[in-house]
Design a protein around this ligand. Structure first.
Ligand SMILES: NC(=O)c1ccc[n+]([C@@H]2O[C@H](COP(=O)([O-])OP(=O)(O)OC[C@H]3O[C@@H](n4cnc5c(N)ncnc54)[C@H](OP(=O)(O)O)[C@@H]3O)[C@@H](O)[C@H]2O)c1
Length: 307
């Protein structure tokens, strides 16, 4: 019998990436659920779902991710990012199956100005970031073996993200201002989804002991970038003539504050799972190729040893 994996939030960026990759992992079966099929904030619905399906792992790709709107919708963010995590983690713990969950670089926000390690001080400074941290804590409280991936700057061909915003604005304007004083690493949702599926493949085939699954792991693409660098790369690779002007964060007001330094140290991930992490620029090229928007030849060979 194939292991059956539940993936919530199936139509989000990460959820759709899981859907696209699932065909390559035919030793596992997947149940993908949208909010309409499984509203994770409803405990009764979650309990019934777990009773109906004999699951072998639960991946929670659902979340409240509207970072700025969360400042006004704290209750909604709390329901999805904390209460719903409690429901899923509890149900997974009762069935003694792995619970895989996602969090954000925003939980750090600590001004250390060096690649951030999982053990570093956590100073979330927005409603979204605080709910994500509480969600991590909730998962670990009710399911101590939870696997939590803190990731950053997620983009894909699906949903709302920086890449798609830049592509849209480039059609409308000849010039754009983009902040240069926030540094981190863009993460292609497909790379993250693939890493999780590789980990589960290793786990279900017996190559990875369950004890390695528990804990918090940073995951982002390799390399360093500012939002300005990211925008420049997008326009260069797509052959856009849109000009990018660097501005400081103070010149671009957002309701929720963003960290200036968000680069994640991925040593724990690499050491535990022995998986390579692609460089953000290579992944951006691959994403744009899949979107049939890549217009310029590949030139740079990026090394994989930044953090
Ligand atoms: N995006 C980023 O830059 C970023 C950065 C760091 C960490 N993360 C984390 O990475 C994970 C995946 O993010 P993402 O970018 O893939 O998010 P996303 O594109 O916003 O997708 C989230 C999905 O969750 C669904 N959802 C929301 N509330 C739900 C509920 N009550 N029941 C069931 N489904 C619900 C949404 O459905 P609806 O469309 O119906 O609302 C949506 O399909 C999240 O945990 C996020 O916090 C993201």
């Amino acid at each position: 019998m194939k292991p059956l994996i539940l993936i919530t939030g199936a139509y989000g960026q990460l959820g759709q990436s899981f859907q696209e990759l699932a065909v390559q992992y035919d030793e596992m079966s997947f149940l993908f659920t949208s909010r309409a099929q499984l509203d994770i904030t409803d405990e009764h619905t979650v309990t019934n779902f777990f009773q109906k399906h004999q699951l072998h792992a639960c991946i929670n790709a659902a979340a409240y991710t509207a970072v700025d709107l969360a400042e006004q919708e704290a209750d909604k963010a709390l329901q999805t990012n904390v209460t719903a995590v409690y429901h899923l983690a509890k149900a997974a713990a009762q069935r003694r199956i792995p619970f895989i969950h996602f969090s954000t670089d925003y939980v750090y926000h600590n001004e250390l100005n060096r690649p951030l390690r999982e053990t570093d001080p956590l100073l979330p400074r927005s409603v979204y970031a605080r709910t994500k941290l509480k969600g991590e804590q909730m998962a670990q409280q009710v399911h101590p073996a939870s696997t939590i991936f803190r990731t950053s700057w997620v983009y894909s061909r699906h949903g709302h993200n920086f890449l798609k915003t830049m592509l849209r604005l480039a059609q409308e304007r000849s010039q754009l201002q983009v902040v240069y004083d926030q540094v981190g690493a863009p993460t292609w949702a497909q790379d993250l989804a693939q890493a999780i599926l590789d980990i589960l493949r290793a786990f279900f085939s017996g190559q990875l002991s369950g004890r390695y699954l528990s804990g918090i792991f940073n995951y982002a693409n390799e390399g360093v970038s500012s939002w300005y660098d990211f925008a420049k790369a997008i326009f260069k690779l797509t052959g856009s003539s849109c000009q990018v002007l660097p501005i400081r964060s103070e010149q671009y007001h957002t309701a929720a504050p963003r960290p200036h330094y968000s680069l994640l140290d991925k040593s724990r991930f690499r050491k535990t799972f022995q998986l390579d992490i692609p460089h953000w620029h290579d992944s951006l090229e691959r994403c744009l190729s899949e979107m049939e928007l890549h217009r310029t030849p590949t030139s740079t060979n990026h090394s994989n040893n930044n953090s």
